[in-house]
Ligand binder design. Structure first.
Ligand code: AGP
Length: 605
């Protein structure tokens, strides 16, 4: 997914933009570029490859400028080449863009007929020409008028040599945030890019057109000037750095105890027996809710699958969980008694946002669970509960997952209490158990070295099967997703009880089978599944509770995890699966933080 940045202020703009682009690398890209106004002239340098390649070329030019825009490109239209890299230019106007313009071909034809010529295969070059075609002395007005003709999702930053002290930004669906410094302004696709310079952030909303000048900034939307709140972000730059770990993913796995602790801190008051999760108006509407749907993608979807068990048990409501890209096209029954929960780390996943808008339009009460303040999904829902995981940079989601589960567990207790099914004693005893999870995760992290050894033993395998039942079934899915997305080894998560309905045919002496087997209500059944695997010479790698030694006689490898309250085993059992996937990918020398073909936030459909 592309990343855009912009800077206007007193610093060396090239240095700021190249540094900010480096903080967007985790989003995945194949080329990069920068545009500056130097000595009154627009200069653009862009290259296929990494930002270090761009920096090498830029240094040869020795630009002196304090206005610049930059871009990392994840190719949608047109292959990764120098020509297709951004910024794209038309007669002194330069544009960088994140998103997809669906009607660019018809616009291109219109512009060619007006005499414009194009050298790239991109939709972004069409935007540049359209802005030029609308330019009558004000870049701000030209961008507003040009964007009226664009269909699709886009976040753009624009500079031009006719107005050397102006940056214009526009946002429709693709994220764009303004950073406010001391007489200096930053634009970026997301917050970590700006953190070293400012923590004063203004998330732009759909339809916002932003004008930045040396005197300040103004935002218009649909022709009206609007005020947007300046948010102070608590993330420190160091949180967005690796702080000694080899990869962001490794750091974020080990940050989970703090992330979960930060997330549950302050959401329940034992003295008052009350939760601080949602606004009072939202709470009123919650009382009338008679069913729940939970919708997300990827790892966030797995968090919803875990949350379903808790919501069913404590809120005593029917709960349906679906993948956003499927949910949004269903003729599912939704009314004003439906609570629709949307879980998203980035808060920008296109399918989840679309599903949210569909549900809202049909009258559902919508709740977002997000990790990024002010993100699109957070702002679109009727209310939002933030996880406090801090910036998650690694594409493979880890601490976001455990913090999402923490919110879902707390919300389940809250809803159960609101509905009168849980009394104060029930709630405080279970919330006390939740407060133990950071320490339990710490203990699970102590298996790290043993999981490195396991990874060294099996990293050449071609297929893995992950099995679990009940609360451990979504954990099996999540473990398989972690392995496949960063090590590129095929791995499949499956309900253990489904083995004999097909997957058992896959088992042979080459097939490692990871079994998530805490001692819980289905433990005896899972032991039976282990027998079935062993009877077919499968390799069994089991994760079970401390003290249940008998299982080790049946398994090739057995790892013991701290005993937990039955409900809370997912927090502990996902950790070794994250570590195992990390070590396999790291030992294979793969790009753990930026796996091939993947983006941190899938903001295009
Ligand atoms: C998980 O490791 C992946 N990076 C991916 O499945 C991710 O969880 C999914 O794209 C959803 O992202 P979101 O939570 O930002 O909406």
């Amino acid at each position: 997914m592309c990343g855009i940045v912009g800077y206007l202020g007193k610093r060396d703009a090239v240095e700021v933009v190249l540094d900010a682009l480096k903080r967007l690398e985790y989003r995945g890209y194949d080329s990069a570029g920068i545009g500056v106004i130097s000595n009154g002239k627009l200069k653009v340098v862009k290259t296929k490859g990494k930002i270090r390649d761009l920096a090498t070329v830029v240094k040869e030019h020795d630009f002196k400028s304090n206005i610049a825009i930059g871009h990392t490109r994840w190719a949608t239209h047109g292959k990764p080449t120098d020509v297709n890299a951004h910024p794209h230019v038309c007669e002194g106007i330069a544009v960088v863009h994140n998103g997809i313009i669906e009607n660019y071909m018809e616009l291109k034809e219109f512009l060619v007929n007006k005499g414009y010529s194009f050298e790239s295969q991109t939709d972004t070059e069409v935007i540049a020409a359209l802005i030029k075609d609308n330019y009558e002395g004000s870049l701000f007005e030209a961008v507003i008028n040009a964007c009226k003709n664009l269909v699709g999702s886009f976040a753009i930053a624009v500079i031009c040599e006719m107005e050397p002290d102006v940056i214009v930004g526009y946002r429709k669906e693709s994220p764009l945030v303004l950073g406010v410094g001391d007489s200096e302004y930053f634009l970026a696709s997301d917050i970590p890019a700006l953190l070293p310079y400012t923590n004063k952030i203004v998330p732009l909303e759909d339809g916002d057109c932003l004008l930045i000048t040396r005197e300040g900034f103004t935002i218009s939307n649909n022709g009206d000037l609007v005020n947007r709140d300046i948010m102070t972000i608590s993330w420190s730059p160091v949180l967005a750095e690796k702080t000694g770990y080899k990869h962001f993913m490794q750091k974020e796995i080990f940050e989970q105890p703090r992330a979960v602790a930060d997330t549950i801190h302050g959401i329940y008051s034992f003295d008052e027996n009350r939760f601080y999760l949602v606004e009072s108006e939202f709470e009123e509407r919650l009382k009338g809710v008679n069913r729940i749907v939970a919708v997300a993608c990827g790892t966030s979807y797995h968090a919803c699958l875990v949350g379903r068990y808790w919501l069913e048990r404590y809120a005593l409501l029917p709960v349906e969980v679906d993948i956003a890209s499927e949910f949004r096209y269903r003729d599912i029954f939704i009314d004003d008694k439906t609570l629709a929960i949307f879980v998203s780390q980035s808060g920008e996943t296109a399918d989840t946002l679309a599903a949210l808008k569909m549900s809202k339009k049909r009258g559902a009460l919508t709740l977002a669970i997000c990790n990024v303040m002010g993100s699109s999904i957070a702002r679109e829902a009727h209310d939002v509960i933030y996880t406090h995981a801090g910036p998650e940079i690694g594409v493979a989601s880890t601490k976001a997952f455990t913090t999402q589960m923490a919110v879902l567990y707390a919300f389940s207790l809250y809803l159960g209490s609101l509905k009168g099914h849980l009394n104060n004693k029930d709630v405080s005893s279970r919330f006390t158990e939740l407060m133990k999870t950071p320490r339990l995760i710490e203990e699970a992290l102590e298996l790290d070295k043993k999981l490195l050894e396991l990874a060294l033993k099996y990293l050449d395998k071609k297929d893995f099967l992950y099995l679990g039942r009940y609360l451990s079934y979504p954990i099996a899915l999540e473990g398989a997703l972690k392995l496949k997305e960063i090590s590129y080894i095929h791995a499949e998560g499956y309900p253990a009880g489904e083995m004999k309905h097909g997957p058992i045919a896959l088992i042979d002496k080459e097939m490692p089978v990871v079994v998530v087997a805490p001692v819980d209500r289905v433990y005896e059944k899972v032991k039976g599944n282990i027998e079935e695997v062993k009877a077919r010479d499968g390799i069994v790698i089991a994760f079970t509770s401390e003290g249940s030694e008998e299982i080790s006689k049946k398994c090739d490898h057995t790892f013991y995890l701290p005993k937990t309250y039955e409900d809370l085993s997912p927090f502990v059992y996902v950790v070794p699966l994250q570590l195992f996937a990390y070590h396999v990918a790291e030992r294979k020398g793969l790009d753990v933080d930026q796996p091939r073909n993947l983006a941190k936030a899938v903001t295009v459909e």
